[in-house]
Design a binder for this molecule. Sequence first.
Ligand code: BTN
Length: 257
Amino acid sequence: MTGLTAEQITAALGTHLVARRAAVHQQLDSTNLEALRQAERGAGEGLLVVAHTQTAGRARLGRTWADLPGGCLLFSLLLRALTGAEGLLPVAAALAVAEAVRDQLNLQARIKWPNDLVLGGRKFGGVLAEPAGGGLFAVGVGVNVTGDAADLPRDLAAAATFLSEHTDAPIDRLSLLRAILRRLDEAYLALHGGRAGQLIERAQALDCVVGSEVCLVAAGKEVRGVAQGWRPTGALVIRDRRGHLHEFQAGDATLQQ
Ligand code: BTN
């Protein structure tokens, strides 16, 4: 990442586990892929991989993630999930980004279940967790910081936004990244310290689909109804028109106007 070094990111960061080791690359295929490769070579919990740009950025549901070189935060962390609670790692990451953006930039960042990050109804960030073996996951985070969404590939531009489109203040990517890492470290400790419930409550409070009419598509199934709330696993509960409850651990939710 231009102007950012591993030393700048980790110096006096004060985290317990997150980003205790860091590697910064000018260009990678994908920071998630690099984290998976590092896990195969024995890298442990807490490794941070950062890239200035990606040539094959990965997104949820087999999609690709495009960036504007130097205008985004693109990073992955090797983190350990509790068995049966794998879905909570991306929730912790999305919460860390949303809270850091709110705190540092005074912007009303929201989470869109399960872990999209939105401002003014448009997406500025996302999280993708991929199993790395031995209970570890590569938790990848992409944040559009400075740029114009119109410069992204045409199929993504309309639904995307950059933080800089919402504030006139200059945005320091290093400070923002360090704030996210500190919050994620705190969330990670909560997750492993039996305090996952408070993370879910905080994430649900920032979620923009709860209470609204949504169309949810997952594994070829489509359900329309009102999003009721998050389960302790991070699953979303939807009540359809007949009053039946449906629970989804993953999927794509579209707000109905
Ligand atoms: C999504 O919204 O579907 C998740 C997008 C995750 C993108 C980030 S960018 C850094 C990391 N490396 C990747 O290849 N993907 C994640």
